[in-house]
Design a protein around this ligand. Structure first.
Ligand code: ZN
Length: 277
């Protein structure tokens, strides 16, 4: 995977270098099947496991980048967003002159499916409250609330790793995914503990759900102003919320804050992220 700078207004675009540079935009319209991970598809070309990188982009305020891939799956690395954050910071971030457009939620949207719930409510900032109830002695009921401003994403969310059982691992391998997976890129749950401790946070599991949610909501194509509440949701409900929001234009408006965003106009309006892995 390689990250390249992109012009203002580009958004996040994946490029398959193994398929003549075929491009797939990271937008809701291209969401394909969603189970263990979120995948994008356009004209039969697939990009799998987009959520951790997209989450890192949102956490760092990156709106525009080209993501080159020579494969259908993004590298899983340590199962969190931290390696992506490090890579982007190493490559450097540049502000554009054009003011960022936000998607401001105007009316509540609530989706329910059995005991799963996801909603977004109007707010002036982007905040998330996530609850999980996972039948495992180390997890159980966990709730995590965070306002995604002032570096809290980088401190509290980016390092949280994905988790799963050996059974999940086999199912994912059967789908052709996680070909690079090992104990180093996910917390492996056993019946009463974990195989590869220690945890990075006692509530690392629910924090990772926030990481996934932020990455999936990136498919809105704009940074969000709203309070998202999720209970036992997953990729399918995250992406369902995205398409529900985009389908009804009375639920939101596009806003910008030109003075706040502009980088004094001193630097050229060009790229945002450049890095290599
Ligand atoms: Zn994840």
């Amino acid at each position: 995977m390689r990250l390249l700078p992109a012009k203002a207004g580009t958004g996040i675009v994946f490029r398959r270098t193994d398929l003549d540079g075929f491009e797939i935009e990271a937008i809701s319209r291209n969401v394909a099947r969603v189970s263990y991970a979120t995948s994008l598809m356009k004209k039969g070309v697939l990009i799998s496991t987009t959520e951790h990188l997209l989450s890192a982009f949102v956490g760092l305020g990156i709106d525009n980048a080209i993501v080159e891939l020579d494969n259908l799956e993004l590298p899983i690395l340590d199962g969190s967003a931290r390696p992506f954050v490090d890579m982007i910071q190493k490559g450097g971030i540049r502000k554009h002159r054009r003011a960022r457009k936000y998607l401001k939620i105007l009316r509540e949207v609530e989706l329910r499916e059995g005991n799963k719930f996801i909603a977004v409510y109007p707010a002036d900032h982007y905040s998330v409250s996530y609850s999980i109830n996972f039948p495992h002695p180390l997890i159980g009921k966990e709730t995590f609330k965070v306002e995604l401003t002032n570096g809290s994403y980088l401190r509290k969310i980016a390092p949280a790793r994905t988790f799963g059982s050996r059974a999940d691992e086999q199912a994912m391998r059967d789908m052709g995914l996680i070909r690079g997976a090992s104990r180093e890129n996910c917390i492996v749950l056993t019946r009463d503990g974990i195989e590869n401790g220690p945890l990075r946070y006692p509530d690392e599991f629910v924090r990772h759900k926030v990481l996934d949610l932020v990455g999936d909501l990136a498919l809105l194509g704009k940074q969000v102003l709203g309070n998202v509440v999720a209970d036992r949701a997953g990729h399918a409900m995250h992406t369902a919320l995205v398409s529900r929001i985009l389908r009804d234009k009375t639920l939101w408006e596009e806003v910008s804050f030109p003075d706040q965003d502009r980088d004094n106009g001193s630097r050229p309006a060009r790229a945002e992220a450049a890095a290599g892995l």
